[in-house]
Design a protein. Structure first.
Length: 270
């Protein structure tokens, strides 16, 4: 992916651009990015607050450790690590927190697909992009429908435990309990509209801060992004993060996605 991102870049020109980058804009971009991290970690606290309160320092610590794990290990382990760390600091099980993580992901997916629909209305996009956006919208609403089903019939979460408890194998009861706890985490957190709106607000604020970081970073190297280009760049990078990559911290994934997105958006704006 790094090769895809930089295959057409002239090294001398690239180094010249970096050497002339604006330090104040770089610092502003870093500040936006830092504040977004302080905001992002509150999502889980907002979601489970009707059930229990998690201290902010525990939320922030779990978020920073999960980012470190995502950077070092080439697997999507950070969600499990974050759930485990939060369970150690409170009364909720790791499986319950992981179920709540799924609720957060659904809210993010709905916001992401909403942004993609807005982007498709603001820019003339190729047919393959429109097809992809429609597919993502369908998947996001299917996930939302699953939340509605779990809220309407929360006892469905007991089925896995009952089925696996009948299997006379070592560990099956434990696995069934973990699945039940995760489904319980979904049904009990998704039932509160105020909590879901809180997660939506926090996510929108986080993404606005990241947009500010992208805008500042672009200005640092003399690139002026229009609102449409900024929206497309931000959404594309979030989509890239959602893809389970084989590289630690998605190194190369972001660069390739950003490069191709800017080329595509620039072509669409002409």
């Amino acid at each position: 992916c790094l090769w895809v991102a930089f295959r057409n870049a002239d090294p001398t020109t690239l180094l010249g651009v970096l050497a002339g980058a604006s330090i104040p804009y770089i610092l502003l971009s870093a500040a936006f990015n830092l504040v977004s991290a302080f905001v992002k970690c509150t999502k889980m606290g907002v979601l489970v607050r009707p059930i229990t309160r998690i201290r902010y320092r525990d939320l922030f610590a779990a978020e920073m450790v999960s980012v470190l794990v995502d950077t070092i290990f080439p697997l999507r382990l950070h969600e499990f690590v974050r759930a485990y760390l939060l369970s150690r600091r409170g009364t909720l099980s790791a499986s319950f927190v992981f179920g709540a993580e799924f609720v957060v992901k659904v809210v993010e997916a709905l916001l992401l697909t909403g942004g993609l629909l807005a982007l498709s209305a603001l820019a003339v996009m190729p047919a393959w992009a429109i097809t992809g956006i429609r597919s993502m919208v369908v998947l996001a609403w299917m996930a939302a429908l699953f939340l509605i089903v779990m809220v309407r019939w929360p006892t469905l979460g007991n089925i896995p435990f009952g089925l696996l408890a009948r299997v006379k194998m070592r560990g099956t009861t434990r696995v069934g309990q973990m699945i039940t706890d995760a489904l319980d985490g979904i049904s009990r957190t998704a039932v509160k509209p105020s909590a879901l709106l809180g997660v939506l607000f926090v996510t929108a604020t986080e993404w606005l801060l990241l947009a500010g970081s992208l805008w500042s970073a672009a200005l640092a190297v003399g690139v002026h992004l229009s609102p449409v280009e900024l929206l497309g760049f931000l959404l594309a990078n979030h989509l890239a993060f959602a893809v389970p990559s084989s590289t630690s911290g998605s190194i190369g994934i972001y660069e390739a996605t950003g490069t191709m997105t800017m080329v595509l958006l620039f072509a669409m704006q002409q």
